[in-house]
Write a protein that binds this ligand. Sequence first.
Ligand code: ADP
Ligand code: MG
Length: 246
Amino acid sequence: MEEKTVKIHAEDVHKSFGKHEVLKGISLDVHENEVVVMIGPSGSGKSTFLRSINQLEAINSGTIIVDGVNVADPKSDINAVRQRIGMVFQNFNLFNNKNVIENITYAPLTLKTMSPEDAYKKGLELLETVGLAEKEKSPVAQLSGGQKQRLAIARALEMNPDIMLFDEPTSALDPEMVGDVLNVMRDLAQKGMTMIIVTHEMGFARQVADRVVFFDDGVILEDDAPETIFNNPTSDRAKEFINKII
Ligand code: ADP
Ligand code: MG
């Protein structure tokens, strides 16, 4: 069998805020084309771990290697790593004073990774992909939550990432908006994008995830196929959590 490339390798990652240890030895490998869903109680460290992957948080000890680059090493080119990782947050983090296409083309134009013509052309293609083709010139303020989140995904994809990190992308949305956003993510998964997704959308996790990782109090308590975690969790903590969210 062909060995899959490891895209993200985390080993014994520790992170504290002051005296509060939030990550207590996280180890996790994510392979190329893999979709890993993270679940777990609020405050268990999921966001902190995601943010550590592109060094939005500096870890205290352990190792995180992305595409062979040790992100915690000051000698590494962290900006090069960040350009290969797209991140989507619960609250969109869009430029609210720019229109839709300006949001998408901002990063490549600022970083000069693409010509203005190419950035615009690719931006339009992505708007088509996420179902926002008619909104090219709309101010962000006029978009619904679901449209904002699909724009945030398109904006991340504009930089051609080969890893996408999603932190509760549908938690701030009205229920009728959730499906459209999940569909965009499902399409990305089918195209082979490597993804880590923090979400409590269990139907989506069952369908799309290759693995589900259960975080609890700064450690990974379970890491298994969705069916195993949802139908047959090993730990009492996971059982309790899953019963609450299903
Ligand atoms: P989750 O995403 O699983 O809900 P987080 O990673 O956001 O968990 O938070 C884990 C813990 O770390 C929480 O107790 C939270 O209050 C704390 N925390 C997160 N970010 C900071 C910060 N910048 N400063 C201090 N404490 C933080
Ligand atoms: Mg969080």
